[in-house]
Write a protein that binds this ligand. Structure first.
Ligand code: PLP
Length: 261
């Protein structure tokens, strides 16, 4: 069998016109890692770093056709999902993903600016149908609250409890991202079958649009390169800490990660 010349990862996500999050962030991260990035576009959004003005979701048929056409040709080492939008798109992903796919599921529900990116009925399907297929689920704290119903998540014990609930939904592993917490450091907690790992990094005095997407795509790139999750987690944490530390900061006050730092 022919071997592709470069590791390949595929992102199934929405377009962010400001290119800090979504498909554009994922492609930049994949490139920074030397991974060939494939894209399945689920939606277009009109947004800048500070607000989402609107979003338009693709049909399930479009999403399914993009996935199956890629699978005809490429050996895809990791899949990453971001904004999925509605139940039709989630059904298409569930039906089209190849068996045994390594799936990094970033459960994008609401943007940091407060715009809903996943409908309420779609959240139920994501929980019942997609989380059980996931190699790892990477919610931030507000997303972990919405998935588990544990709210508010404030203490490290709350985070651990939420991670255990998400694993019990059928995911192999969970990483709860602490970027939206209130501590002086951003602490992410990984829970897998072997137990827990917590990693902290400094919190910087500016908000970086797209850092959650970029962290999840760094995990996907690591997995595509052959790492296991236990080694991908600290490497991706170092990578995203650098990308936030060196964030591109615009005159508006908005900022996006720089994955090429
Ligand atoms: N827009 C799209 C298309 C996304 O995929 C995401 C990812 O989370 C966001 C916006 C949200 O970005 P943030 O919450 O970092 O502003």
């Amino acid at each position: 069998m022919a071997i592709d010349p470069i590791p390949t990862a595929c992102t199934i996500a929405g377009s962010d016109s400001s290119a800090g999050a979504g498909i554009q962030a994922d492609l930049k991260v994949f490139s920074a890692y030397g991974v060939y990035g494939l894209t399945v576009i689920t939606a277009t959004t009109a947004q800048n770093t500070r607000r989402v003005a609107g979003s338009w979701i693709q049909s399930g048929d479009s999403v399914a056709a993009q996935i199956t056409t890629l699978c005809e040709e490429f050996t895809i080492g990791a899949w990453k999902t971001g904004m999925l939008g509605n139940p039709e798109v989630i059904d298409a992903v569930i039906d089209s993903l190849p068996d045994g796919a390594s799936l990094i599921l970033d459960p994008v529900i609401v943007s940091t600016s407060g715009h809903r990116l996943l409908s309420a009925d779609a959240l139920t399907l994501l929980i019942d149908g997609l989380i059980p297929l996931a190699t790892v689920v990477t919610p931030n704290i507000p997303e972990a609250e919405m998935i588990t119903g544990i709210t508010p998540i404030l203490t490290p014990e709350d985070v651990r409890e939420a991670a255990a609930v998400i694993r019990s939904l059928g995911a192999d592993a969970v990483i709860i991202k602490g970027g939206h917490g209130t501590d002086t450091e951003a602490t992410d907690i990984l829970l897998d079958s072997e137990g827990e790992v917590a990693l902290s990094s400094p919190r910087y005095p500016y908000e970086v649009h797209g850092s959650g997407c970029s962290f999840a795509s760094a995990i996907a790139a690591e997995i595509a390169l052959g790492a296991d999750l236990r080694s991908a987690f600290p490497d991706a944490k170092r990578f995203i800490d650098g990308a936030i530390r060196h964030a591109i900061r615009f005159d508006s006050g908005g900022a996006v990660p720089d994955p090429f730092w």
